[in-house]
Design a protein around this ligand. Structure first.
Ligand SMILES: [Ca+2]
Ligand SMILES: [Ca+2]
Length: 248
């Protein structure tokens, strides 16, 4: 550790959030940060396994300090370092979700999570035999973790009162839909939009994928599926028919 003021002293002066109202010079509304957080949760999620403990000291006598506890430090754990990286090789962290903007925060990054999220037959880890619609409550809200009594919900981050009532947490493609009500509302809008499109496409050539899909077509690794096939899987529809084209 190099000599100098503490990291907390510096951060309190770089970003002092004590009793200040922050307004955008460009008229950006609160939607700016909500959308930013939603997109962020589509492209990045660190390995949340606590790494080494590195608590940050704070000074109660600092006029900009509002934090209090008896330990005079803020609990903090580093994100685990990616294998092969460290101080001398530039420490890196692992992203546990895909970094593409592909609505993985709506559908998840694993078939087992999508299996739980999609209405119908869940618990077998196979979303292809589920309904096309996403599971929602009877009145159109995200499902709570207790929505499937016989199938445990996929992991979701718990915070605040939810730590004592994990069954009340809502479940979405990403593990963080409970972080704040604006984010929860955005997840809800996307799930509702998915189901609206499903109902609009009912009866079209994009017919709902049925459980009669042949076992041969259901087996085998899916990691090599094309983006189109992968997207259809997420959306719950069979691939659109191939249209022959002629170059001129
Ligand atoms: Ca993504
Ligand atoms: Ca299933």
């Amino acid at each position: 550790m190099v000599a100098g003021p503490s990291p907390r002293y510096i951060s309190s002066r770089v970003f002092n959030n004590v009793g200040q109202n922050l307004f955008s010079e460009h008229g950006v509304s609160q939607w700016g940060w909500v959308w930013g957080q939603f997109v962020d949760h589509d492209i990045g999620l660190r390995d949340e396994t606590p790494g080494e403990s590195a608590p940050m000291a704070f000074d109660r006598s600092d006029p900009l300090e509002s934090y209090t506890n008896d330990f005079h430090e803020l609990a903090f754990s580093r994100t685990p370092a990616a294998p092969g990286t460290s101080v001398t090789t530039s420490r890196q962290q692992i992203n546990t979700i895909d970094s593409f903007i592909d609505a993985s925060n709506v559908y998840g990054v694993s078939e087992s999570r999508l299996d739980w999220l999609r209405a119908g037959s869940a618990g077998d880890g196979d979303p292809t035999n589920n309904a096309a619609a996403l599971l929602m409550s009877w009145n159109g809200y995200l499902p709570r973790a207790s929505a499937r009594p016989t199938v445990p919900a996929p992991p979701v981050d718990l915070m605040g009162p939810l730590m004592a009532t994990p069954e009340k947490a809502v479940v979405a493609g990403d593990v963080r839909p409970n972080e704040n009500v604006a984010l929860t509302a955005t997840h809800t809008l996307f799930a509702r939009e998915h189901n609206r499109i499903v109902s609009e496409l009912a009866g079209s050539h994009l017919s709902e994928r049925r459980s009669s899909r042949s076992p041969a077509a259901s087996s085998g690794p899916r990691s090599n599926t094309s983006p189109t096939t992968s997207s259809c899987l997420r959306w719950g529809f069979s691939s659109p028919p191939t249209v022959a084209t002629t170059r001129t």
